[in-house]
Design a protein around this ligand. Structure first.
Ligand code: EPZ
Length: 434
């Protein structure tokens, strides 16, 4: 089990580079199921979830090349033959996003068997909205022995209205609709940039899609899709995490290879706390913070609101701000796993239902802490970067799921952080999904 050793106190100064978005690469890899041709994706992050998705596709009969190293971060996927259209439990339990193969498998192969994802550290994570949409499109769905089986000769276009906004639900049904007979109108869709990324790839493959990135998406089904090459957008949550790192350490940090237009809510909130934010170029954001930070409330919302995936990281910053910050989590029912660990480091946080009250500034002292899920782990890294002394973070495989070589990137801008154990071993330490 890898650990991080972090000595706090160093302001982060310099330029840190963002990798491709994990939550774009995952649906884009699943989209390769929709064609017999090769799909090549560039700027794929070297993280555990991508390796899990590779194993999932290979287990179904796909050929997946996954190249890393300085020049690559590329994957080429061929789903010419899908001998076993099934997402097995031992893979699904480690990554909920495996449910993203459901729509494409039914659309391409006429059937899918997907293990029910079950819950995870941050909540129940149901996929009832995915199922409801597929049934509306003519799929017959049965559930037994923990597996969901979906069948359809050919999906039919339908008018789908999501009961609540769901990112992977929108992605799953978008991929189902592109090969369906006729037109599909989807309303109350998620508007995250990852949806726009997926729609851009599908369009490059020959799909007919209008409105991706808005809450209403219109799709005209086609007979088949062809291969494509597509470059994944930068990871806005990794970028936001680094912006908070520059702010919490009172540094002067340039976050490069990012897309500032995807960071509006995060940048606005950082400015509200007194952090100075500049946008020197089309793919860079600069943060400087030397004075006292001011408390500011957040309430997580679907994009373009303040992202739930940045809530834990922001809470770490709020522990250092003068005053009371109210943190309201509206998307998931159990996304305060980081609170107890922050309190153990000296933070003053009280939780009441889905609201946390953070009083600052609190002097954080280093200690041993346990990572529990992807973004809670990021929050503990940020806290350790300002805590007095040397912190030990256990179970950092949670970090490796969504942050590429984060210790190398942070060390490159002055952080005192070391990994104990071997660097990113994709096979090590699988656990329940986030
Ligand atoms: C995606 O998860 C992301 N994962 C999550 O990022 C992110 O936190 C989340 O969207 C919200 O932005 C990927 O893209 C792989 P949802 P997803 O469906 O799609 C409920 C990370 O840190 N819901 O938008 O699973 C659900 O329980 C991960 O990278 C239903 O009730 O989230 C939740 O309360 C963590 N029924 C809310 O909707 C459904 O059928 C939003 O979930 C689907 C969802």
């Amino acid at each position: 089990m890898d650990k991080f050793v972090i000595r706090g106190g160093n302001p982060l100064v310099g330029t840190i580079r963002v990798s491709g978005a994990k939550n774009s690469a995952l649906p884009c890899m699943a989209a390769a199921i929709l064609t017999e041709d090769e799909v090549t994706l560039e700027n794929v992050p070297q993280v555990r979830d991508i390796e899990t998705e590779r194993r999932l596709l290979v287990s179904m009969g796909a050929e997946v090349e996954l190249g890393y190293g300085r020049a690559q971060h590329r994957t080429t996927i061929s789903c010419r033959t899908l001998s076993d259209p099934e997402a097995k439990y031992e893979i699904v339990k480690t990554m909920r996003a495996s449910s993203l193969v459901l729509g494409p498998l039914v659309a391409r192969a006429g059937m899918a068997r997907v293990a029910m994802p079950g819950g995870c550290a941050i909540g129940g994570r149901p996929i009832d909205l995915h199922i409801k949409g597929l049934e509306k499109m003519g799929a017959t769905i049965t559930q037994e022995h923990g597996y969901l089986e979906a069948r359809a000769e050919r999906l039919r276009g339908a008018h789908l209205v999501f009961d609540r906004i769901t990112v992977t639900g929108t992605e799953d049904l978008l991929m189902a609709a592109v090969l369906a007979e006729g037109e599909t109108l989807m309303e109350n869709c998620a508007r995250e940039p990852e949806i726009t990324d997926l729609a851009a790839l599908l369009t490059a493959m020959g799909a007919k899609i209008e409105g991706a990135g808005s809450s209403t998406i219109r799709i005209k089904g086609v007979q088949r899709l062809h291969g494509a090459r597509y470059r994944i957008n930068p990871d806005r949550i990794e970028a936001g995490t680094f912006l908070v790192a520059g702010a919490i350490t009172r540094g002067d940090l340039i976050v490069a290879n990012c897309n500032p237009s995807h960071l509006g809510a995060v940048i606005a909130k950082l400015e509200q706390t007194g952090v100075r934010v500049d946008i020197p170029g089309p793919d860079t954001v600069r943060v400087r913070a030397d004075g006292q930070l001011r408390a500011a409330d957040i309430s997580t919302e679907e994009y373009p609101g303040f992202p739930t995936d940045m809530q834990a990281q922001y809470m770490a910053l709020a522990t250092q701000a003068e005053g009371v910050s109210m943190v309201k989590e509206n998307i998931f029912e159990n996304r305060f796993m980081h609170v107890q660990e922050l309190v153990r480091m000296g933070a003053n946080i009280k939780v009441d239902g889905s609201t946390a009250t953070v009083r600052g500034p609190a002097r954080l002292s280093a200690t041993a802490v346990m990572c529990s899920d992807l973004r809670a782990s990021a929050s503990l890294v940020l806290a350790a970067l300002v805590a007095d002394g040397e912190s030990i973070l256990d179970r950092v495989y949670h970090m490796d799921r969504g942050y590429e070589r984060i210790e190398e990137k942070l060390r490159g801008v002055g952080a005192q952080i070391m990994r104990m154990g071997n660097v990113f071993n994709p096979k090590e330490g699988e656990t329940a999904a986030d």
